[in-house]
Design a protein around this ligand. Structure first.
Ligand code: GDP
Ligand code: MN
Length: 380
């Protein structure tokens, strides 16, 4: 789960990382009042789950409260990477002497958190990562010790910081690691970490992503979730505890088990179709999960056919069949349903389905091909 900049800055502040004073506003008038309270020049910043806001016109300097109001009006009309801007952060403007990139993230390749640090901070860091990866320092962090002060100081020195600046930056990095660690983040990033013309170190931007699997022990972070940009299907899947990833194809897939779900998606592609989603209903035999799965899939209007692929082991095929019938009673499903099932209680499942005139194939190949044909038929 991604946090907004203003939320990430709250975490930073609690950890003692210096940030400029900021106030969230949802209307131009609120932004004007915020600028008045802050005093002096401010920066108005779009709060959306997207990087590159500066380049998209979502970060604007305003000298007066009137100007802050005007800039906010314009920013609230933007969509950045398809995400409509609904809030801005009005923050005290600073005079920048230098911009550094700093991040702590999980590096799957080395199976460790790493500190990434670069003197080439600011809005073009992605480009630097491609064209000049050597300009970005990568330091693995030992999980048993965390980021040690000397490591942080040495890293700051290696990117050219000296004296007080190096110490201030190192202090921020150690605190950044504390945020990363204590909040179960997968990423904690400051870009840019600036040294102001007054020689102060400051987190000018903040990006924190929380590991979804750890959210159960962070109620305060869960409360920060912004569902405004989430689809109805994703919200429902989270409520029902199902793993659901929407994709851009048109064959809705309901599968028990992550491995089989991936194999199903591969087979759909193999036969020339495109999966509309990954959806794992898990290994249990709960008909309710089947109903939930169909509810989730039917929120996606691009789905032209639904494919059930069930391998009965612990999952009992008859439970899945009952779930399908219940769902058909509760929901209007106006796309073809193709069912493949095999394994525990499959005969019973077929009998249950037959009561409503439904059939199920045994072969996965046949099921997938039938779903693709059904989707094409529906498209005509
Ligand atoms: P991003 O484009 O989404 O990463 O948004 P940032 O918060 O990083 O802002 C983009 C850029 O705007 C920064 O890299 C800075 O160069 C600039 N910027 C943001 N706040 C200020 C400020 O208070 N003063 C000045 N001079 N520039 C700022
Ligand atoms: Mn930034």
């Amino acid at each position: 789960m991604n946090l907004h900049e203003y939320q990430a800055k709250e975490l930073f502040q609690r950890a003692g990382i210096p940030v400029a004073q900021g106030i969230v506003a949802t209307t131009p008038a609120e932004a004007r009042a915020a600028a008045q309270r802050i005093g002096g020049a401010v920066v108005v910043k779009a709060q959306v789950h997207s990087g590159g806001r500066g380049k998209a016109g979502g970060v604007k300097l305003a000298q007066t409260p009137e100007e802050a109001e005007e800039k906010t009006r314009a920013i609230l009309q933007l969509s950045i990477q398809g995400l409509p801007v609904r809030k801005v952060l009005v923050t005290s403007a600073v005079d920048i002497a230098s911009e550094t990139y700093a991040a702590i993230l999980v590096d799957r390749a080395v199976k460790q958190p790493i500190l990434m640090l670069s003197a080439a901070g600011g809005i073009d860091i992605e480009e630097t990562a491609h064209t000049n990866p050597g300009a970005i320092l990568r330091i693995p962090i030992d999980l048993t010790t965390g980021l040690l002060p000397w490591q942080a100081r040495s890293a700051a020195q290696r990117i050219g910081k000296k004296g007080k600046e190096a110490l201030a930056m190192a202090d921020m990095l150690v605190r950044l690691y504390q945020v990363f660690w204590s909040e179960d983040a997968s990423l904690a990033e400051i870009n840019p970490l600036v040294i102001t013309k007054d020689g102060e170190a400051l987190a000018l931007d903040a990006k924190v992503s929380i590991d979804d699997n750890a959210l159960f022990r962070h109620d305060d972070l869960e409360a920060m979730r912004d569902t405004a940009d989430e689809t109805a299907g994703s919200i429902l899947a989270r409520q029902k505890g199902l793993s659901y990833v929407p994709l851009d194809g048109d064959i809705g897939c309901v599968v028990n088990g992550a491995g089989l779900a991936m194999a199903t998606m591969d087979l759909v592609q193999f036969y020339g179709g495109k999966p509309a989603n990954f959806l794992d209903i898990g290994g249990s035999s709960n008909p309710e999960k089947v109903v939930a799965a169909l509810k989730i899939i039917t929120t996606d209007s691009t789905v032209k056919a639904i494919l059930f692929n069930i391998f009965g082991g612990i999952t009992r095929c008859d439970d899945v069949a009952r779930g399908i019938l219940t769902a058909l009673d509760q929901l209007t499903i106006d796309v073809p349903l193709v069912i493949r099932l095999t394994g525990t209680n499959e005969d019973l499942a077929r009998k249950i389905l037959a009561e409503k005139g439904l059939t199920a194939t045994t072969s996965m190949d046949e099921g997938v091909q039938a779903a693709i044909a059904a989707a094409r038929g529906g498209a005509q």
